[in-house]
Write a protein that binds this ligand. Sequence first.
Ligand code: HEC
Length: 302
Amino acid sequence: MPKRIAIAAIGVLATSVAMAAPDWSKVPARKVTLFYPGQAGLEWVMNVTDHSAVPDIVNKKRFCAKCHEGDASEIGDKIVAGKPVGSSKSVLEPAPIAGKAGFVPATVQIAHDDSKIYFRFEWESPKAVSSKKMDAKNEAKLTMMFDGGGTVDGAEINGCWATCHVDLRTMKNAKDEKKTKYIKGADLAADKFMDLIQWRSGKGEKPVDGYVDSERHMDGGKSLLKAEGKKEGGKWIVTFERELAAKGKGDHNIATGKVYNFGFAIHEDHAEARYHYVSLGYQFGLDKPAPDVKNYIDVQKQ
Ligand code: HEC
C-alpha cells in the first residue's frame, strides 16, 4: 500500500526535525526560589505542633507554594543559620555551616515537541564557603522528581516532600546511615513513585535516570537522553532532554491531559544528601493552560 508507506516516511521526517533543542528565548521563564530545608522532613511539616499550617494543608488542600513562594528566601536564611523556626521553635539545622547561603533563586523553563520534553534551569552559584567537600567530585548537582500525573499522594501539595522523611540519613531521627528517600505506600506497578533525573557537574559523570518508590534507585530509567550543564560567569545552566514516553523501569509516561507534580533540588558547594536547596511543590501539564494556578507551568509545544 504505497499511500501508507508515504505517510510513514513523513512521520520519520517529522521526528528527526523535532530532535533539535528548543529555542529557549521563546520559552516562558518561571522564577522559583529554592531554600535550605535543613531537617524539615515530611513528618515535621505535617505535624501541627511544629507547623501551625497543617489544618489548612490537610482540610483546605493548600499547597506549600501558596503560602511560601514569597518567604522561601527568609525561611532558608533562618534554617541555614540554625535559628528556631515553626510554631515549635525547632532548630532544623543543628550544625550550621558559617556563611552558607539560605536560598538560591532559579529560573525554570520547560518545553516539549512530539516526542520529547526539555527542561532548562539557570541559577547563580552562591559563594563557596564549605571547608569540607562532602561530594568531592561534584561542585553542583541538580535533581528533579515528578510523579505520574497525580499518582503520588500529597505531591500535588508538597512536591518532593512525600519522599523526604525524618528517619533518612543525616536527618533528625536517622537510625540507618544508608537510608535514602522513600514513599509510604509506593507501588511501581500502580505508578505510585517519583521519577528522578539528575545532572552532576563532575568530569565524566553521566546523567542519572532513577526513581523513588520504597527506596531511592539511581538507575533503571531509560527515558532520559541528556543531562548537560555549563557555567557561564557565576551562573549554572543545566538542561535535560527526555523522551515523553516511559522507556525503562521507574520512568513515567508524560502525556497531554494530565497534571504532573514536581519539585527539584540543587546541591551547591560540593554538598551531599540533605545539605541542598529545594523547591516547593510545582506542577506542569502539556499544552494545558491553568492561569489561576500559581504553582503551575503550562508546557508549550515548540
Ligand atoms: C496556609 C499557609 C501555609 C501552608 C500551605 C504551608 N505553610 Fe509552612 N508555614 C506557615 C506559617 C504561618 C509558618 C510560620 C510558623 C508556624 O506557624 O508554623 C510556616 C512555617 C514553615 C517552616 C518553618 C520556617 C519558619 O519561618 O517558621 C517551614 C520549613 C515550612 N513552613 C514549610 C512548609 C512546607 C514544606 C509546606 C507544604 C507541605 C508548607 N510549609 C505549607 C504557613 C503555611
